[in-house]
Design a protein around this ligand. Structure first.
Ligand SMILES: NC(=O)c1ccc[n+]([C@@H]2O[C@H](COP(=O)([O-])OP(=O)(O)OC[C@H]3O[C@@H](n4cnc5c(N)ncnc54)[C@H](OP(=O)(O)O)[C@@H]3O)[C@@H](O)[C@H]2O)c1
Length: 324
């Protein structure tokens, strides 16, 4: 099969499409003919050795795919050859075939195409589980979402609205703010506005927001600390800015703020029932037309480097997807 291979940790420019052996099918797993693969910011990090997972070289990046089931290992009951599916995987998605754990494979609702589905599991899964389970977002609360036109941020806007929150979204510039507004954000602010924290406070009548969803870090995290209400929660998603914030513990103490560290992937093992229930609710919402996944760009597999460059250079909104 053809796959995008990382042979050295020298970044996305070092990736190359090569022929390689198909992964073996094992009990409890599913072989999928990949039709599309979703890109994530983490793909740009894992190929430099700066991601929390450091697979041995060579490896194939790619955390999520959609396609058709080719065959199933022993003990797999919920999907069959020919079914259209999407799947989460530890790596290997930028390839013509993947083998995924059956628990991480979801049959697609009718009418959902592979490009839409390929970019679905990581972003929606992270936001839904994070907001509903980790931050316990309640109807009527106010949610501040940073990076709100990006992959995870845009799904946090949608999930926040579906969970009954008022959503304030930040993104860089009017075009990206418009994308967040189209996904349902009640208010949008420019992430580069020096008066951001005051504007967030003004939108909450001086009180501050109940919950912050922060995939960006750096200066936006600093601003968040100052516009979260007493007793509020900050969900730490990631550091797309490249700056890992250092948290002054006195502010957390004085304002009774909970800073919640959150890494979605391990919840497949930490809380498998809650993890699967979250993803099933998302699949149901998708099938009912309650979500509007936004894919801004697609590239063929052979152009994976250009696709990752677009993501890294902030030229995408929502998801970027490779077609295979
Ligand atoms: N904790 C978890 O389980 C989990 C799961 C998925 C992703 N993440 C993390 O969440 C972050 C976002 O991932 P993603 O896939 O949504 O990425 P993405 O689509 O590239 O979105 C990132 C957003 O961050 C903003 N940003 C601000 N400064 C940036 C910079 N210097 N470079 C790039 N973007 C910058 C951009 O918005 P503006 O241009 O509007 O400022 C961009 O839309 C990453 O750090 C990723 O590792 C964490």
């Amino acid at each position: 099969m053809r796959a995008v291979v990382c042979k050295a940790l020298n970044g996305i420019e070092g990736l190359a499409v090569e022929e390689m052996a198909e992964p073996p099918l094992t009990a409890g797993s599913v072989r999928i003919a990949v039709e599309a693969a979703g890109l994530n910011f983490a793909d740009t990090l894992i190929v430099t050795g700066k991601y929390q997972q450091k697979p041995p070289l060579p490896f194939v990046p790619g955390f999520e795919v959609a396609g058709r089931v080719i065959d199933c290992g022993d003990g797999v009951g919920h999907c069959a050859p020919g079914d259209p599916v999407m799947a989460l995987i530890d790596r290997g998605g930028f390839a013509e075939q993947v083998v995924a754990r059956a628990d991480d494979v979801f049959v697609l609702p009718a009418g959902i195409d592979a490009v839409t589905a390929a970019g679905f599991p990581v972003a929606y899964g992270t936001s839904h589980f994070g907001l509903k389970v980790k931050a316990a977002l309640q109807p009527g609360e106010t949610l501040l979402v940073h990076g709100a036109a990006g992959g995870v941020g845009l799904t946090a806007v949608e999930c926040g609205k579906r969970l009954g929150a008022t959503v304030i979204a930040t993104a860089s510039g009017p075009d990206k703010q418009a994308v967040a507004a189209a996904a349902g954000a009640d208010h949008t602010l420019d992430a580069r506005d020096p008066d951001l924290k005051d504007k967030v406070k003004a939108l909450t009548e001086g009180r501050g927001v109940d919950v912050v969803y922060d995939p960006v870090g750096g200066a936006l995290f600093e601003a968040s600390l100052r516009c979260t209400r007493s007793g509020g929660r900050i969900l730490i998603i990631g550091f797309a800015s490249g700056e890992v914030p250092q948290i002054p513990a006195n502010i957390l103490m004085v304002k009774n703020i909970s800073a919640i560290g959150y890494y979605y992937g391990p919840y497949r093992e930490l809380a498998p029932a809650a993890w699967r229930a979250s993803m099933q609710e998302l699949v149901d919402w998708l099938g009912q037309g309650l979500l509007r996944p936004h894919v801004s760009q697609t590239y063929p597999l052979a152009e994976a480097v250009a696709a990752l460059r677009a993501l890294k250079e902030r030229r995408s909104t929502g998801k970027v997807v490779l077609t295979v």
